[in-house]
Ligand binder design. Structure first.
Ligand code: NDP
Length: 255
């Protein structure tokens, strides 16, 4: 183990949806721990801005265009990452989306879009990145779940189904790839202020205070607050942790 078990110097991290919100918060945290970052997202302007923020830490970063529901786009993004940095050691499957309505009001194409982005996407990206991490002699994968991996809600049936699936997908990959020295874990974020939850609060403004009241730490989280757990799960400090789902939620899930 390295002298500092949290040191990520020399490691390359591929982060889907790394151009904002929680993905960028984790990208900056990993960069500060020494990693080079590949921001893999669709929105080019957001991606350029995110790369600049990561480079401001002194780390190397590139942006690659990646749609996680398109295997061809993923293959091209992975190839660009390997060409730029020589390989990949860390994958964070962070991209996500939602559609909020009662089950009876959800159009079939919206159901498919949410499940494809949140569940099939991590499968397709993991499948494409796995050989690269294996080639490096092992590494780390983090899948981003949700409180909706544990609970459900009447307005979140496709989202909760996808995020529940992420926990099981994490366990399956952890078992499959243990032989390759690859640890696979999930982080289950609580309620954190980002574009996604901003859209939620526009629909249900009264829930901001209700959620804070229900949270033992009595507040919402900020995007950088996933970074510590992400650095731990991407570093040698977590070498005996695999298949786990770690809540970073101010205690929301214990109540
Ligand atoms: P944001 O809306 O800020 O980020 C979502 C990210 O997903 C964007 O970077 C977006 O990239 C990317 N994305 C969406 N669809 C695709 C796609 N098809 N291909 C590639 N990238 C895509 O929200 P958050 O930061 O809040 O969400 C990040 C993750 O955290 C999600 O998985 C979400 O479900 C999860 N989460 C968030 C919580 C919160 O409280 N904020 C709580 C629990 C879980 P682009 O802009 O390029 O489209």
């Amino acid at each position: 183990m390295a002298a500092n078990p949290f040191d990520l110097s020399g490691k390359v991290a591929f982060i889907t949806g790394g151009n904002g919100g929680l993905g960028l918060g984790m990208g900056i945290g990993l960069a500060e721990a020494g990693a080079s970052i590949v921001v893999a997202s669709r929105d080019e302007a957001k991606t350029r801005n995110a790369v600049a923020q990561i480079e401001a830490t002194g780390a190397s970063a590139i942006g690659v265009s990646c749609d996680v529901v398109d295997a061809g786009s993923i293959a091209s993004a992975v190839a660009q990452a390997v060409e730029a940095f020589g390989g990949i050691d860390i994958l964070i499957n962070n991209s996500g989306t939602s559609f909020r309505a009662q089950p009876e009001d959800i159009p079939e194409d919206e159901w498919d879009r949410v499940i494809d982005t949140n569940l099939k996407g991590p499968f397709l990206v993991s499948k494409a990145v796995y050989p690269e991490i294996k080639n490096r002699g092992g590494g780390k994968i983090i899948n981003i779940g949700s409180m909706m991996s544990i609970f459900a809600s009447e307005y979140a049936s496709p989202y909760a189904s996808s995020k529940g699936g992420i926990v099981q997908f994490t366990k399956a990959c952890a078992i499959a790839w243990a032989k390759d020295n690859i640890n696979v874990n999930s982080i289950l974020p609580g309620w954190i202020h980002t574009d996604m939850t901003g859209a939620f609060l526009k629909m249900y403004p009264e829930r901001e205070a209700l959620i804070a009241d229900r949270t033992p730490l009595a507040r919402w989280g900020q995007p950088h607050e996933l970074a510590g757990t992400a650095v731990f799960l991407c570093s040698a400090a977590s070498d005996f942790v695999t298949g786990a789902s770690i809540a970073v939620d101010g205690g929301y899930s214990i109540k």
